[in-house]
Design a protein around this ligand. Structure first.
Ligand SMILES: NC(=O)c1ccc[n+]([C@@H]2O[C@H](COP(=O)([O-])OP(=O)(O)OC[C@H]3O[C@@H](n4cnc5c(N)ncnc54)[C@H](OP(=O)(O)O)[C@@H]3O)[C@@H](O)[C@H]2O)c1
Length: 410
């Protein structure tokens, strides 16, 4: 095949041949809004990898909440100030297409997945500390502007993980952000690290991160108590291994904490929290949960802080329902509860989480696989909470679903 300036979606160049341009889904300031308006296909230059970087030909991608926020410019616009664009996409599977001079661990042709933590590797936190605390830490495809919703993407060599051979491109491309986030939330904050027999309350347990948390609990021998908003989702979460699943629509203990100086309103709220607490006790055998896996935020945070056991941990990575979190501090100090923020994962944690996938202890739970031109639609579904349980994927250079390596595609 003669080299071309740009290849059509699904057209595979000769191994290692890098075209000048690529197709990408691009967000720009003047069209922020719903994903289908904000994201438009544009021809963009293919970036050459730096010394420690790798160019990946993207076979398939995962759909995450990141690009719902990015499309709307909420809570902040993530469009590059100097470049004027944002290409989203924080998950991908693909093939190493070119490598920088310093790259030793990967070679052209390796089949890989991308995790979304970037850092410059050059401070104390990245060398003996905690890379997620480095000032240079950024989420690729959200806090950086050249994500995976493109035919090619340039990533740091240390962003790559082995693609599980038993999974298709689309299955491989859809789980890393959610799995590694859940992994760090459950293992990354000792001494509150997941152990066999622990009870863990998992909000949104059929969603991206929640469904991974339930599976991790099951794999470790801990008890996940799942929460969903629809009885139809209950069998799905039970099948993942939750020991019990409750429908949050049956309870009224949500929203910000009422005014503690209004005794009637306050005691009504605590009574409503106890109704949920009692149903959890019915599952755990009258034990309070050791960990609450929090991400809805504003609407669930007060009850999460109330329900977690004395000395337990509420670990939170998001505020999907709002950021204005409230709690009764008396329960926090008297019962010595820990409130812990958590954000994605470092390379070690992402790799450990991926090992669980390679060992088939975790299912990627791909719910749907979209075509390249449906990537904005998939985000709109997520924005409207209309997506099926699990993780959504989309094809990029993989023409068909079910393909597991480049050899099958050629
Ligand atoms: N900091 C990080 O590193 C990081 C990483 C990944 C994701 N996140 C964030 O985590 C959040 C969840 O991500 P995801 O991929 O799991 O999204 P998702 O697939 O949409 O799942 C979220 C689930 O939350 C539940 N939910 C929504 N509103 C709720 C409410 N008011 N009260 C209780 N539950 C509610 C929904 O389940 P039900 O309706 O069935 O209850 C939904 O399925 C997003 O905000 C995302 O941006 C953060």
């Amino acid at each position: 095949m003669t080299a071309k300036k740009i290849y059509e979606i699904g057209e595979i160049p000769q191994m290692g041949e890098v075209p000048d341009e690529m197709y990408a889904w691009v967000i720009r300031e003047d069209r922020l809004g719903v994903p289908e308006k904000a994201m438009q296909i544009e021809k963009m230059p293919v970036q050459k990898p730096g010394k420690d970087e790798v160019l990946v030909m993207v076979m398939a991608v995962g759909i995450n909440y990141n690009n719902v926020w990015a499309s709307q410019g909420v809570p902040i616009s993530v469009i590059g100030e100097d470049t004027g664009y944002h290409i989203g996409g924080s998950d991908a599977s693909g093939i190493v297409w070119a490598i920088g001079d310093n790259v030793k661990r990967w070679k052209v042709g390796d089949e890989v997945i991308v995790h979304c933590n970037r850092d410059d590797g050059d401070d104390e936190e990245c060398n003996g500390g905690e890379p997620m605390y480095s000032k240079s830490q950024r989420i690729y495809g959200y806090e950086t502007n050249d994500g995976s919703f493109a035919q090619f993407t340039t990533v740091q060599s240390r962003q790559l993980l082995k693609k599980p051979v038993h999974l298709s491109w689309e299955e491989s491309g859809c789980y890393t952000l959610t799995l590694a986030t859940a992994y760090r939330m459950l293992f990354g904050h000792p001494p509150h690290a997941l152990r066999p027999g622990m009870n863990v309350l998992v909000w949104g347990s059929s969603g991206g991160i929640g469904s991974m948390a339930v599976q991790i609990c099951k794999a470790v021998g801990a008890n996940a108590i799942g929460i969903v908003s629809d009885d139809d989702k209950i069998p799905f979460v039970e099948k993942l291994g939750a020991v019990g699943v409750l429908n949050r629509k049956k309870y009224e203990c949500f929203g910000q904490l009422p005014d503690v100086k209004d005794p009637k309103e306050y005691s009504d709220f605590i009574k409503k929290c106890r109704v949920l607490g009692k149903d959890i006790w019915n599952i755990t055998g009258k034990k309070d949960v050791d960990i609450v896996f929090e991400h809805p935020g504003e609407s669930t945070f007060p009850v999460s802080c109330y329900l977690v056991k004395t000395g337990g941990m509420v670990v939170i990575c998001a505020g999907t329902s709002g950021y204005n979190l409230t709690m009764d501090a008396r329960y926090i100090w008297m019962r010595q509860k820990r409130i812990q923020g958590s954000h994605f994962a470092n390379l070690y944690q992402a790799n450990q989480a991926n090992e669980m996938m390679i060992q088939k202890l975790i299912n990627p739970l791909m719910s749907e696989c979209f075509q390249w031109d449906q990537i904005p639609l998939a985000h709109t579904k997520m924005m409207n909470n209309q997506h099926l349980p699990g993780n959504m994927a989309a094809l990029v250079q993989a023409k068909k679903t079910g393909m597991k390596s480049l050899n099958e595609i050629k």
